[in-house]
Design a binder for this molecule. Sequence first.
Ligand SMILES: [Zn+2]
Length: 731
Amino acid sequence: MKTKFLTLLLLLGVLSISAQENIIGFSKKASEAELQLEAEFEKQLSADNLDQWMKRMAAEPHWVGTAYGEENVKWMEKQFKSWGYDTRIDTYHVLFPYPKVRLLELTAPTKYTASLEAIPVEGDPYTAQGDKLLPSYNAFSTDGDVKAELVFVNYGIPSDYEELEKLGIDVTGKIVIAKYQGSWRGIKPKLAAEKGAIGCIIYSDPMDDGYYQGDVYPKGPYKNKTGVQRGSVMDMPLYPGDVLTPGYAATKDAKRLNREDAPTITKIPVLPISYEDAQPLLEALEGPVAPASWRGGLPITYHIGPGPAKVHLKLEFDWQLKPAHNLIATLKGSEFPDQWVMRGNHHDAWVHGASDPISGMVALMEEARVIGNLAKKGQKPKRTLVYCAWDAEEPGLIGSTEWVEDHRAELQQKVVAYINTDGNSRGYLGAGGSHSLQAMVTQVANTVVDPQKGVSVAERRMATNTVRGGDGSFKLSALGSGSDYTPFIQHSGIASLNLGYGGEGSGGEYHTIYDTYTHYTRFKDPGFQYGVALANTAGLITLRLANAEVLPFELTQWHSTVDGYLGEVMKTLESMRSEVEKHNKLVQKDVYQLTMDPKKPVAPAKMEAEIPYLDFSPLQNMIADLKKSIDTYAKADLMGLSATKKAQLNQALMGMEQVLLQDKGLPRRDWFKHQIYAPGFYTGYGVKTLPGVREAIEQKEWKEAQEQIGVLATTLKNFDAEVQKLIGLTK
Ligand SMILES: [Zn+2]
């Protein structure tokens, strides 16, 4: 009954679309043909395939360099070949550390040795594979053997160190223990080392993804007391990819840095642990009680230290070059073979990786299968499709980064857009990326039907956004980092998207031995309905980019987004100014000292330097100029142009995102060249928009901020010149 009801809604969904306006980039006639093709595509997607393939690919651990990882690549290659794709495996040789020695002990005031071992659970045979499971560790921690007093630093992010400073606590020469979350994990050892700490421990507090959130595995999806999140701590905001070959491909004979000189390996040893192992350490701390917002879900009083707890942390790794195998599968376009639409998802996992990344990988494969099938029956895409399965994403986006560095010039010539997926689960559509694609993605999201509610996935997401206090509109988020789109958009200026469903499949399995087929099919997406929804969403976007007469880039929404970012940055500066003014007044009136509890002394508050005014006018003027140009372009009748003009326009549109790069890159990290989006230097995955200007302001580098305003204004001026060219082509 339920199925029939949904089928009816699906039909209605398709019907309501054909009654709509044309698809962006398609004439009326071409829209009809495209919608027919899309309906056929949707009809052939099968959840059973996703289920079977996940069971196969996530049967054993398959991190980079493993035999099972290589088997997966060869097996996928066979599938793609059978669907009509030309395939090749591009292999790079990348540094990958495997843990040899992992020792963590509390040496005073009591003794405890951390077990560092997650237990197998009943009903999930994958967790009982013993030695096959990868030990828990943080990849690209340096080797080290350190003994020191312990300090609890909350999440170990910049605001936490400000709080510690107020309390008069210095971490120099100490080992810090930080909770997971609050930032990307690699920020924690990076900041701890900058503050003088000599070691770093990261643990998962039950408040964040353990029993405080819900029942723990195997009863529920959350982290049990022994679960440990693995993960990379490479300094990816500097540059991702192979640590020994920055900016160029890690081919067999490439010139490599010495490991001691690799700037993206951590400066201090760092180890992740479970809350079972963390509790004795935290319990042994004294000193001030942690601020209320720092306390977690353990049945203890959280103290900060330092000491009397003393710990010994010893780590040694086997540093070896490992082969990273990227599978590249190509379906040649019938009309524009030299224009590529690229899709990618990584295939390597920390352990079994049923959710991360296989749930996204199998959706990509199902999409490719059906498109291959349609092509065999004569419905070939007009542009070339390139499907990629990346290796070594988990240790630092390595497979994709090396491949993009190897082929950058060709990709900048040929790629229309790159569409990334990764882990997927039940819930709402998450979509981020280049805002020139926002209008097109919105149209697709309006046509894909939510498997649980029967409304479009756009409508469902907008409803959620409204309930959570947003403005209820459908917008793309800005891309920071955290998956394989980074080398495409940030380094090469290729328009990119990142897609995935989620929000109703939360748990504590991420990067642990519990991210298995059993866990996934019980808690994340039983029945793989959202896997099919992902294949459908990404597939429609791919097909539209592949078949459009005029590439579906739209600049009005791009402009309003960038204008909004400028407003935010200006507001940031203003609120910093009023904060400092307020703070200094309170210091002058001695308010902090008068309210301080003499039994809990804190360091005396200091006057802060005043916040200067910056001249934003070069940016404000450019944004205004761009508005006029983009409004003119938006009025042009693109569908009425000749085939030659359309072809010229498409060539120009393909290069638009690259105009947003500056070749010398961002200050202190020239690998990151995009001037609109970048991962934050101190947030890791978290995005910073207009990064050059915004980060200089946040770091109070006033001279640099004014310089970066100039750099960004030049970038926007170049963009305006390109829009003028587009206008010229429409005449
Ligand atoms: Zn992933």
